[in-house]
Write a protein that binds this ligand. Structure first.
Ligand code: KG4
Ligand code: ZN
Length: 341
């Protein structure tokens, strides 16, 4: 099963060709970051125009790099949500047009399931049947959740953020500190050489031992107040302490989830924030502490890409979508995930 994947949910225009949900033949990502940077965040109108201008070329490039013709493609998978409505629509309309003109089935994929699936991409990645049940930390710019994955398409959301996502906290924190967009990598860079213990920022939700939840909006507010009061604090210390608070909150809740779900055979971290080297190191420590294997998404599949969309579609054998397939900007995690493939 050779699938062409298309991803346009936010500010990355991406296309990829993946065989049997595993072998990535090509993975082309055009990032629009430079276009949005002057505004300090994603501007939906600019994002959707850039998708429109670039998507056809990106698709041709993905097919070319995979040495694949339309004849070899078995299906066209596209992100149907969540994401920016106008951006999603460019990908969906393009995928529909291609499906109509080539006669290949159209598959609608949940972007969040794509992120989950990113950990199974690549020849050396584990197979779901060998590592499930698996506790997954999904940390992106728009979502932060803990998910118990019992198998392909069988997910239970254990906890979500009650306000900002982890990536959003880093993006907003970076903005407050006068750093660029996206904030995660900017804060990571600024934190180099800084003391993560310099400032004791709040660690979000503590709760009871059996409660799982994330909260990051208070952290952002405390950074604002601290920075206003102590404008001379060295930037590396501010950035390192802020980043540490986000990482602590993520790893604490993950550890709690592993204690509560002792059936887990392994744990994983996916999404753009999983690119963070300090987070990856902390999760390594958690793996040593719990004795459970840690699965980390390859760096190239952490942030938005289409390989994860084609991969999820190919692995779970999504039923074909009708041509009436619409964008679902607020598509939830569990909403769209039937328990059987
Ligand atoms: O998964 P993703 O590409 O898009 C969404 O689906 O949201 O994640 C983007 C998020 C942004 O908030 C960005 O700041 C964060 O991932 N991010 C990072 C790093 N690289 C990207 N956060 C921490 N450290 C990084 N190196
Ligand atoms: Zn994403």
């Amino acid at each position: 099963m050779r699938i062409l994947g298309i991803e346009t949910s936010c500010d990355e225009t991406a296309a990829a060709v993946v065989i049997n949900g595993r072998t990535v033949c090509s993975n082309v990502v055009y990032t629009q970051i430079a276009k949005h940077r002057p505004y300090g965040g994603v501007v939906p109108e600019i994002a959707c125009r850039a998708h429109l201008e670039n998507l056809s070329e990106i698709i041709e490039e993905a097919l070319g790099a995979a040495e694949t013709t339309w004849h070899d493609i078995d299906a066209i998978a596209v992100t149907r949500g969540p994401g920016l409505a106008s951006s999603l629509l460019i990908g969906i309309a393009t995928a529909k047009g291609l499906s109509l003109s080539t006669g290949k089935p159209l598959l609608g994929v949940n972007h969040l399931e794509g992120h989950v699936y990113s950990v199974f991409l690549g020849e050396h990645a584990p197979r779901p049947e060998d590592v499930c049940p698996l506790v997954l930390l999904l940390a992106t710019g728009g979502h932060t959740s803990l998910v118990l994955m019992r198998g392909l398409g069988d997910y239970e959301v254990l906890a979500s953020t009650c306000d900002d996502a982890a990536g959003e906290a880093l993006d907003k924190g970076a903005k407050l500190l006068g750093l660029g967009y996206p904030g995660g990598p900017e804060i990571e860079r600024a934190a180099e050489g800084g003391n993560p213990k310099a400032i004791d920022f709040p660690r979000g939700f503590k709760g009871q031992k059996n409660e799982l939840r994330f909260s990051f909006s208070g952290l952002k507010t405390s950074l604002r107040y601290y920075f206003e009061k102590h404008p001379d604090t060295p930037l590396p210390d501010l950035a390192a302490s802020y980043q540490e608070a986000v990482i602590d909150a993520l790893s604490q809740q993950l550890e709690r989830a592993l204690t509560l779900h002792s059936e887990a055979k392994a744990f994983a971290c996916v999404g753009g924030v999983a690119k963070n080297k300090r987070l990856r190191a902390r999760l390594d420590n958690l793996s040593d502490k719990t004795g459970l294997p840690l699965l980390l998404t390859e760096m190239q599949y952490c942030t938005d890409n289409a390989a994860m969309i084609a991969g999820a579609a190919g692995a779970r054998k999504h039923p074909p979508a009708p041509l009436s397939l619409d964008a679902t900007p607020n598509l939830g995690f569990a909403l769209d995930l039937p328990l059987t493939p």
